[in-house]
Structure formats: structure tokens, C-alpha cells
Design a protein around this ligand. Structure first.
Ligand SMILES: [Zn+2]
Length: 103
């Protein structure tokens, strides 16, 4: 009977045997499961905020300049825009790598 795990609910104080969720109030009482869920939730939020950040001021500036009526400005801005896209790609890749190392 070494597999029996008693967990006391932090929310209502009920003692639960071999359960991940409290039988009384439904609170998560398995700390490992709770941490895992919290980490997944955090990752989801991080990915969502990164998607919003993608179209920042610099990107919008280049997108406007690309269609400028002066052909010279159009070519210059397209050149720098392609560099900017590469910088963004490398930056998000590094953020992903460091995210995995930190976790
Ligand atoms: Zn409870």
C-alpha cells in the first residue's frame, strides 16, 4: 500500500486519497499537475503576446514606405525591410531557444 498518496486540499482542507482534484471542491491538489498546467497557460499567453508584437511600429513604417510614390525610397525601404524581417526571424528564434533553456 505504498502507492497511496494523501493530499490535503489548500482550498477547503479536505483530505483526498490518490486524487489530482479535490473530491469536495474540485481544486487541483496535485502540485506537479498544477505547475504543469500553469506552465502551459503561461506559454499560451507568451505566444499570444508575441503574435501581437510582431506588427510593431518599425514593421508598419516599412510597410508604408514600401509603397511610397518615390521609386528610390521604395527600393531603399524594401532593402532595409528585408533585413528587418531577417532580424525579426532571428530574434524570435533566439527567444524560443532561451525560453526552452529557462523552462
Ligand atoms: Zn477542496
Amino acid at each position: 500500500m505504498s502507492n497511496e498518496t494523501y493530499r490535503i486540499c489548500q482550498n477547503c482542507g479536505t483530505v483526498n486519497l490518490n486524487r489530482d482534484y479535490c473530491k469536495n471542491c474540485g481544486e487541483i491538489i496535485n502540485i506537479n499537475l498544477k505547475r504543469k498546467l500553469e506552465r502551459e497557460e503561461k506559454n499560451k499567453k507568451k505566444i499570444a503576446s508575441e503574435k501581437v508584437k510582431e506588427k510593431n511600429d518599425v514593421t508598419l513604417f516599412f510597410e508604408n514606405a514600401k509603397d511610397h510614390k518615390n521609386i528610390f525610397i521604395r527600393y531603399i525601404s524594401r532593402f532595409f525591410y528585408s533585413i528587418w524581417i531577417v532580424v525579426l526571424a532571428i530574434g524570435s528564434f533566439l527567444a524560443l531557444v532561451f525560453g526552452y533553456i529557462a523552462a
